[in-house]
Design a protein around this ligand. Sequence first.
Ligand SMILES: Cc1cc2nc3c(=O)[nH]c(=O)nc-3n(C[C@H](O)[C@H](O)[C@H](O)COP(=O)(O)OP(=O)(O)OC[C@H]3O[C@@H](n4cnc5c(N)ncnc54)[C@H](O)[C@@H]3O)c2cc1C
Length: 390
Amino acid sequence: MSQTSRLAADADHFDTDVLIVGAGPTGLTLASALAARGVRATVIDRLAEGANSSRAAVVHARTLEVLEPLGVAPTLVECGLQVQRFTIRDRDRVLVPIAFDKLPTAFPYTLMVSQAVTEQVLLERLVALGGQVLRPRQLVDLAQDASGATATLDDGSLLRARYVVGADGMHSTVRERAGIAFPGSSYGESFVLADVRLTGAVSAAEVILYFSPAGLVVVAPLPGGVHRIVATVTDAPEQLNDAYVQALLDARGPQRERATVHEVLWGSRFRVEHRIADTYRAGRVLLAGDAAHVHSPAGGQGMNAGILDAMRLSGALIKALAGEVAALDSYGNERRPVAQQVVALADRLTRLATVRPGLRALRNVLLSTLSLLPLFRRNLAWRLSGLVYR
Ligand SMILES: Cc1cc2nc3c(=O)[nH]c(=O)nc-3n(C[C@H](O)[C@H](O)[C@H](O)COP(=O)(O)OP(=O)(O)OC[C@H]3O[C@@H](n4cnc5c(N)ncnc54)[C@H](O)[C@@H]3O)c2cc1C
């Protein structure tokens, strides 16, 4: 029997209830949450093994709260570094101090931990729940009908599922095959990231966002005495070296006392876009994580938003499989406006950071004055920590 006629004959045959395309933090969270509730899900990823690079380094309080039912929050907390303070500065001058330690949550801090570790912890949980990731398996095509969706993989095999979730990142094939537009645009600049060893004017207890006319730079502590540097630049070099990162810190970071770079352990550059999918659902196809929204890393919200999407989507899929299909629309109706807010916050921080020199004094006075208001500081703390999305 040809594949087409087998499909026609087997429209009611399902290899799995939910096919999750992509085993990044979003796909792994969704798979674990479904496995924990006894739902049959299959995860595929086109890479032979998980990426082991640092990438997103921040896990916010709200993310740890929503991960609690999966039992991964304690392990993540053990692996990470708890940071209670976030400040926005213009060189040495503190413009906005934000404290997380008074937040009404079991996790009153920002957890600094590399994305590779976060993914490993999520994968271990999935495996403990009896799940696995099939790799390397790449989705190359997708078709849907009234009762399900059929994915074609790169080896020509077919996988039929009741629902398919595109957790396949920014360049999502699932999104493209489902015909969902991804409008937005690109920032002119690139971002560079570097995990470095530093001495001097650096803190292991604070994340600092330095505003500067040349662009923003974030200096954030990571476990093991390492610091993450994130900066906007017009032209990022292919290879980051000590001298390049040092020049960024000298031009934008602390001035009274120098922060000295001794070693670049990992570096990367990427061009950032801000885009949101027109819809999170097209029939039996759902989107989550970077497949649904991308934005500037200022504020460290990207991966966190994907994990929150996944936890919310798991509940909606469980309801849909029980016949309550409208729950799938509620998922998008709830999470898409959150993505809009996340994009807007990251955008505001990026623009405020880089105001023209003539407006810099005005911006500083405005921010310093606003930061005297407890309500302003509280709102920013709730937004950055994600508690505002409860
Ligand atoms: C260099 C770098 C630095 C970053 N730094 C930060 C940061 O500091 N802060 C922050 O918040 N965010 C950062 N991000 C973004 C963050 O990594 C993403 O928001 C996060 O990874 C999104 O998770 P995801 O699971 O939605 O998608 P991804 O992590 O992109 O995972 C998608 C997965 O899908 C797989 N896949 C793709 N297409 C297919 C297919 N057709 N078939 C099968 N599998 C497929 C891929 O192999 C991948 O494993 C950074 C990203 C990069 C690249």
